[in-house]
Ligand binder design. Structure first.
Ligand SMILES: [Zn+2]
Length: 305
């Protein structure tokens, strides 16, 4: 048995690593995504980065599969990247076919947030049966849903876009073009806007410590709870994983967030039995999730499922 080459594509960094069958990560590196963030050349340059990585870090090692997470919408079959908002040139790309042809090993593709959830489920020993949701408050709102151990994809593969549920009274425009999305008021980008407008000159990393008592920040935390409670009321999940940069910031009021989620959750259930788990993703979470995902998929292929 060899290694899974896990790749986590992000807007700023692309992370690569080799994960052994025992789940040990080695040869972890970060490459600047700007190296291939170019219209018309992105795919070729991306392949070049993988090729160089293999030459420098995997010579003499057996690679069982390449598993890649993209910050993109991907098709239901998980073979093609549909659209990537923050990287130029990664729209409508048949990633699996292209990489399998180049590298001659099985290739797996997933949405990055799904791989983070897969890694969080493994780390927290969450069983496959039942419903687990991951809500990640970062620059935007990342979201993934696992039902009985399978990522829920929807008709076109673009399910779990919690950042784009409509909220009334929202002022502004979302990156998706709509002017009603939760993400306009309830994510890191929204917090940056609040700081600019109300606490100019403040250090964003200290905002919950210095301004946590202000009405505007209290309202912001309340707004974060609305999309979460929406999904909870629809799915009645067994596990609610909350992660991303925001909940891990100094002084972030997790109890307040939970209190608001309880406030919006249906009574008596699921409200009385919400199970929150906080995730602290590291740089390597996406690569690890990619490897766990690939091992499971390879096993399914072996068994002919
Ligand atoms: Zn939107």
């Amino acid at each position: 048995m060899g290694y899974i080459l896990g790749i986590d594509v992000g807007g700023t960094n692309t992370r690569l690593g080799l994960v052994s069958e025992k789940g040990e990560l080695t040869e972890f590196v970060r490459e600047a995504t700007s190296q291939y963030n170019r219209e018309g050349e992105a795919v070729g340059l991306f392949i070049g980065i993988i090729r160089r990585y293999i030459e420098e870090h995997a010579t003499g090692k057996e690679i069982d599969a390449i598993s890649v997470g993209f910050p993109s919408t991907v098709d239901k079959e998980r073979r093609r990247v549909i659209e990537t908002p923050n990287i130029v040139g990664l729209n409508n790309i048949p990633v699996v076919d292209t990489l399998e042809r180049e590298f001659n090993v099985p290739v797996f593709l997933e949405r990055d947030t799904c791989l983070i959830l897969i890694n969080d489920m493994e780390k927290n020993h969450i069983p496959g049966e039942g419903v687990a949701i991951g809500i990640y408050y970062g620059t935007g709102i990342g979201n993934a849903i696992s039902i009985d151990g399978k990522i829920f994809t929807g008709k076109h593969g673009v399910s779990a876009e919690l950042g784009h549920i409509p909220m009334r009274g929202v002022d502004g425009r979302c990156g998706c073009g709509n002017s009603s999305c939760a993400e306009i008021v309830a994510c890191g980008r929204a917090l940056e806007g609040i700081i600019k407008k109300h606490f100019a000159g403040s250090d964003i990393s200290k905002v919950f410590v210095e301004h946590g008592d202000s009405e505007i920040i209290k309202r912001f935390v309340d707004d974060l709870a609305i999309p979460a409670a929406t999904e909870i009321n629809i799915l009645d999940p067994d596990y609610i994983i909350i992660g991303g940069g925001l909940p891990n910031m100094e002084g972030f009021p997790r109890e307040e967030l939970e209190r608001h989620i309880h406030r919006y959750a249906r009574k008596p259930l699921p409200d009385e039995d919400l199970k929150f788990i906080y995730s602290k993703e590291g740089q390597e979470s996406g690569v690890m999730g990619a490897a766990i995902h690939a091992r499971k998929e390879l096993l399914k292929r072996e068994k002919g499922v």
